[in-house]
Ligand binder design. Structure first.
Ligand code: PRP
Length: 221
């Protein structure tokens, strides 16, 4: 449960999405008291009395789910993979990319693996990958990695990868091609359900201001 005396707290990812998140927060009146890209602090206040937590992308929904943060900004990929118990009221229309299956061109040219076959897939999206291949009757041996997935097929550790693709340049640089898009991804505002119930008067204006900021940027959600 959120502590009633604690300032409204928003969990943010320190990753590449921060550059897109900060202008939206600024438009919503949330201006940090120091440069979030430079500071080594993990907790930073804003001029408006809201507090930011700066954590790894994969941890944002955990902080929000446990009520350590009232709100957070997190990618749809992580919400689909980890299915945290949080409210997801707003598509922030930033961090747009796709969750794709990719592999070496010569393998992809042969078509997707047939039902009954067995393949090795490198990914950090174990659950989504397993679910997808189960629905196609393919046995997927998941090789869990934490990053640089594109390397796995190059060294013969996996046949394919399931990973995020934004510009496609990492795939191209490593002679891989997309086989299928599983999900369109963007960053979402998430809210702890107990916070929403007990601190709505603090949370709703911030959520509304962020929705306005998204609209003003003209990006379609
Ligand atoms: C992400 C993703 C791909 C790459 C895709 O990795 O995992 O590797 O970006 O972007 P592109 O299509 O524009 O090349 P990131 O750089 O975030 O690092 P990671 O491998 O540590 O996850």
């Amino acid at each position: 449960m959120p502590h009633p005396d604690r300032p409204l707290t928003i969990a943010l990812s320190k990753g590449r999405i921060l550059d897109d998140t900060l202008p939206l927060l600024k438009q919503a009146g949330l201006i940090p008291t120091e440069d979030l890209r430079k500071t080594r602090k993990l907790m930073v206040d804003t001029t408006g009395g809201v507090r930011f937590l700066l954590i790894r992308a994969a941890d944002v929904s955990t902080y929000v789910e446990h009520g350590a943060a009232d709100m957070g900004v997190v990618g749809r990929d992580l919400l689909l993979e980890h299915r945290p118990h949080v409210l997801e009221p707003l598509d922030l229309a930033i961090g747009r990319c796709r969750l794709c299956i990719a592999g070496p061109a010569e393998l992809v040219a042969k078509g997707p693996p047939p039902a009954g076959s067995r393949i090795r897939i490198a990914t950090k999206y174990d659950h989504l990958t397993e679910k997808y291949y189960l629905s196609r009757g393919v046995h997927a041996d998941i090789i869990h990695l934490y990053g640089s997935m594109e390397l796995a097929p190059l060294v013969g550790m996996a046949d394919r990868i399931v990973d995020l693709v934004e510009t496609g340049s990492t795939l191209r640089a490593n002679n891989l091609v997309e086989e299928e898009t599983l999900y369109d991804i963007s960053s979402r505002l998430v809210i702890n359900p107990a916070s929403m119930a007990t601190r709505k008067s603090l949370i709703q204006p911030v959520a509304d201001a962020l929705a306005d900021a998204v609209q003003k940027t003209g990006r379609k959600s």
